[in-house]
Design a protein around this ligand. Structure first.
Ligand code: C2G
Length: 131
């Protein structure tokens, strides 16, 4: 049983999120997703996500390729999350390329290319512009 773990905010869920989840799941037998907490986003990005952590966890947990979800409360706890969830592979988008190589002593680290031309920020701007 090869367990894949990935992390993300997944706010205003879109097809770029879906594609990375599908590609992550295809790298193993079981996919566990760490969804970043509202407080973590506020601290790191200076704004709260549009959808709350409870809503984002519910959306991710309902996806067919996802076997389990957990709340990512601290960026500094990645190593313990990986151990706790039995990661054989850590998958991140290539916006994080090289940033998690330190975990290659406990699991394989894979960076996947982002889906072009779609982002939560662009969607928020597009929607705000139409109101
Ligand atoms: N993604 C993608 N293509 C896009 C947009 C996003 O492949 N067009 C991927 C990202 O690379 C990431 C995942 O979707 O793997 C979630 O993206 P974000 O919600 O932006 O996640 P982020 O805020 O970078 O994660 O420990 C990391 C934190 O959880 C933050």
């Amino acid at each position: 049983m090869r367990t894949v773990v990935t992390f993300g905010t997944f706010d205003v869920f879109h097809v770029g999120h879906l594609r990375v989840i599908e590609r992550a799941a295809a790298l193993g037998d079981r996919l566990v997703v760490g969804v970043s907490a509202d407080a973590l986003n506020l601290a790191k990005k200076d704004r709260l996500p549009v959808f709350s952590e409870g809503e984002r966890l519910a959306i991710i947990a309902a996806l067919k390729p996802v076997d389990a979800v957990f709340l990512e409360e601290s960026l500094e706890r990645k190593r313990s999350y990986l151990i706790e969830h039995g990661a054989d592979v850590l998958v991140m988008g290539d916006d994080w390329a090289g940033k998690f190589d330190e975990f290659d002593d406990i699991c394989e680290v894979v960076y996947l290319p982002r889906t072009p031309a779609i982002s939560t920020t662009a969607l928020i701007e597009k929607i705000s512009g139409t109101l």
